[in-house]
Design a protein around this ligand. Structure first.
Ligand SMILES: [Zn+2]
Length: 426
């Protein structure tokens, strides 16, 4: 199947390696969706983030053990997302280390954000689609946009351990195995983000507040609103460290102070731009759909490798800002009440001359490569008759081709896995 040309370069970019960032600082890169780090101290090591699976964590630990056999003294989580905490049991196995995290440490998965019942099954189904679970590497699944596709899946989500100590909002200065570290609260991709500053070596471990992609201001698996202005403010905070090495939760480390400053500035400007343009559009009375189709990054930012939409997407961010600040109503009085989809479909199909006429329009849009229009049309046939397998299978074919055009990995996966679900292939 087709893969966007820029994504074709990802397996090479994410090739596995253990990278020495300073004389005693190592990054395990390309072993898992996220990076894990090891700082070697006098009488033990500090592990920062633990990957998403026990399988990946075992591979990382085996590599780290080639460097040192010192015990794991402390594990530090930058935040609570599963791709950073789920290999902890492997690193903790023989040494019972302290596990440090922010006092806000709490997953932003909807299902654990509340004590009350939530649409957990919907979230789980959407999570599988976003991350392309069950898709085949490398033909269907090339990677997650900010991590490799070729990685172990055994023990996925299985090895997370709770923090043994939570760090308060003022942060902490610590000396661990002779290594002085500062733990600093840095809400961004999640409210519970905590960055680790290692002043002696000028290394900043920034978690997921920066990676090589447009930021994931909204995750299509379903998330609560991620505060855009707070993330942008945190990028200002990160710049104040004047780090010479930026060690992110995903994608390669950056080892040049000027480049770090310029990348963080671009990142902040991208978030500020989307926020400001969306807010101005809302103030001018534009609807969510209009804004999602009109707000874009300025060209000079859009073409930078670290702002390509491999993982986050500008239009989804626009929608998230609208809904996060004002809720679902887009301000257009028509939207206060809409016809049920099957009723709208019935009337629309009558208007265009019947089911066959609409099917012909779908087939034309499909063969013209007008995939979005084809999908919007064919949905009406499926709303009208949810047992119309001809339409469902055609929709699945359209989704598969549309997936091949995507530069955004969550979108590619969502289209592709949905397509396979419709054909009961997965
Ligand atoms: Zn992550």
């Amino acid at each position: 199947m087709r893969t966007h040309p820029e994504l074709q370069a990802h397996p090479d970019y994410f090739r596995k390696s253990v990278v020495q960032l300073a004389d005693n600082v190592y990054q395990a890169f390309g072993f898992a969706a996220s990076n894990a780090y090891m700082i070697v101290g006098d009488d033990g090591v500090i592990i920062i983030d633990t990957t998403e699976s026990t399988g990946a964590a075992e591979n990382v630990l085996a590599e780290f053990r080639k460097i040192t056999n010192l015990p794991v003294h402390t594990i530090i989580y930058t935040h609570s997302h599963r791709d950073h905490v789920s290999g902890a049991s492997v690193f903790a196995k023989d040494h019972n280390p302290d596990i440090l995290a922010s006092e806000k440490f709490s997953d932003d998965f909807l299902a654990v954000a509340s004590d009350h019942p939530l649409p957990t099954q919907a979230m789980q189904a959407r999570t599988k689609r976003q991350f392309g679970i069950g898709l085949k590497y490398p033909d269907e699944f090339i990677g997650i946009g900010v991590g490799p596709g070729d990685r172990p899946m055994q023990g996925l989500g299985a090895g997370s351990l709770p923090p043994t100590r939570r760090i308060g909002e003022d942060g902490e200065h610590l000396t661990l195995c002779g290594v002085e570290l500062q733990l600093v609260m840095a809400p961004g991709e999640t409210p519970d983000h905590m960055v680790i500053w290692y002043p002696e070596k000028n290394v900043l471990f920034c978690g997921d507040n920066f990676y090589r992609s447009f930021p994931n201001l909204y995750a299509i698996r379903g998330t609560v609103y991620r505060d855009f202005d707070t993330w942008a403010d945190t990028l200002d905070l990160l710049m104040q460290f004047n780090a010479q090495i930026l060690a992110p939760g995903h994608t390669k480390a950056i080892t040049n102070a000027d480049e770090i400053k310029s990348l963080l500035t671009d990142y902040r400007e991208a978030i500020r731009h989307v926020t400001e343009q969306t807010r101005k559009g809302m103030d001018a009375g534009m609807t969510i759909d209009q804004l999602a189709n009109s707000v874009t990054l300025p060209d000079d930012l859009a073409k930078k490798p670290h702002l390509r939409e491999y993982y986050g997407r500008v239009d989804w961010s626009v929608r998230a800002y609208c809904v996060g600040t004002m809720g679902w109503f887009d301000g257009n009085p028509t939207s206060l009440g809409t016809l049920a989809p099957d009723e709208e479909a019935k009337r629309f199909i009558e208007l265009v001359g019947g089911v066959d006429a609409l099917m012909a329009a779908v087939e034309k849009a499909h063969s013209d490569g007008e995939y979005q229009w084809a999908l919007q049309l064919i949905d009406r046939l499926i709303y009208l008759d949810s047992s119309n397998t001809q339409a469902i299978h055609l929709k699945a074919d359209i989704l598969r081709e549309y997936a091949g055009e995507q530069i955004n990995c969550p979108a590619r996966h969502y289209y592709l896995r949905s397509s396979k679900e419709m054909k009961s292939e997965i």
